[in-house]
Design a protein around this ligand. Structure first.
Ligand code: 3EB
Length: 308
């Protein structure tokens, strides 16, 4: 049985209270909420370049959807420049990237994801200097069927802790075989708040060291991704289970290259990851490496387990 993506509604991100704060990711929602709102009601906080900004409590939020007028690398480079300008004096905690035709070659023959990574990495280095790796926030970057690049971010006034996975080479140190500039993200970011914390776990896939695991098996890739999630959870100080039953509010987003994999993936995740009160959505997306079939991200709010 094949499932046509055309029958699924697109995932929208909302950062504010009205339709000016809704951003189309271009990703079909297979199962789950079609509007993602992680930060509750926020107030408009101006515009920088293409970016619309919002404030929700201490959080500075922003998003933009931009055309690829001078190509993807240039669009990413400019948009990240806007993000750094908007977040001056604050700290980036989480960035979501929705990249058109991520696995297709661009005009120069370079795969779109690699061109995106080059623009993003150069922007980070130009703004933050040579020590930029230590400041890289958690992120995801997945492929959409849209013709525009959509990016959303969350920044905070307190200094966050960026976390790596001991089972994986840091993405910002991936070797040159994956592209001219490595991806710019941390595996997770912990943001301390008064008496609790917010934990963002980056899009997590079947990568061990820097190699892709089980290129053709969704089931085996899922197993590897779940192991990575447990290791990242432990590295955050949450124990291996991402604060399951710890009282936090957990949002999961599962990116699937093939929509038809959803029932299998949901059955395994319900057994190994999810509880009845977790929020989870399954969306169709091309993953940044053509051989990856599944990727999982998590955003945990009101985490008290980390309290010293
Ligand atoms: C990986 O581990 C899988 O380029 O921002 C996951 C999360 C991935 C974020 C990004 C890419 C990104 O390399 C892909």
């Amino acid at each position: 049985m094949s499932i046509a993506t055309a029958e699924f509604p697109p995932l929208k991100i909302t950062l504010g209270a009205d339709e000016t704060s809704v951003f189309d990711t271009g990703l079909p929602v297979i199962v789950g909420e079609t509007v993602e709102n992680l930060f509750g009601v926020s107030q408009p906080a101006g515009q920088i370049g293409a970016l619309s900004l919002f404030q929700s409590g201490d959080w500075l939020l922003g998003a933009a959807t931009v055309p690829l007028t001078n190509g993807l690398e240039d669009a990413a480079h400019r948009l990240y420049g806007n993000i750094f300008q908007a977040t001056r004096g604050q700290h980036l905690a989480r960035i979501w990237n929705y990249v058109p035709a991520i696995n297709e070659p661009g005009p120069a023959g370079l795969e779109n994801y690699r061109a995106f990574c080059r623009g993003r990495s150069l922007a980070f280095e130009q703004h933050y200097g040579r020590g930029f790796k230590a400041l890289l926030p958690s992120a995801s970057a997945v492929g959409s069927k849209s013709s525009t690049l959509t990016v959303a971010f969350a920044a905070c006034p307190v200094e966050p802790r960026h976390v790596e996975n001991p089972l994986q080479v840091p993405a910002y140190d991936y070797p040159g075989e994956y592209g001219p500039r490595p991806p710019s993200f941390a595996r997770a970011t912990v943001v301390p708040e008064q008496g609790h914390a917010v934990v963002f776990v980056s899009g997590t896939a079947a990568i061990r060291g820097h190699a892709t695991v089980a290129p053709h098996s969704t089931r085996l890739q899922l197993e590897c991704a779940l192991e990575n999630l447990r290791a990242i959870s432990s590295a955050c100080g949450l124990g291996p289970d991402l604060d399951q039953d710890g009282g936090s509010t957990r949002h999961f987003k599962v990116y699937l290259r093939h929509a038809a994999d959803q029932p299998l993936v949901a059955a395994i995740l319900q057994e190994k990851l999810l509880t009845g009160i977790d929020r989870v959505s399954y969306v169709q997306a091309d993953i940044c490496r053509a051989s990856l079939l599944v990727e999982i991200e998590a955003s945990l709010f009101s985490v008290t387990a980390l309290r010293a």
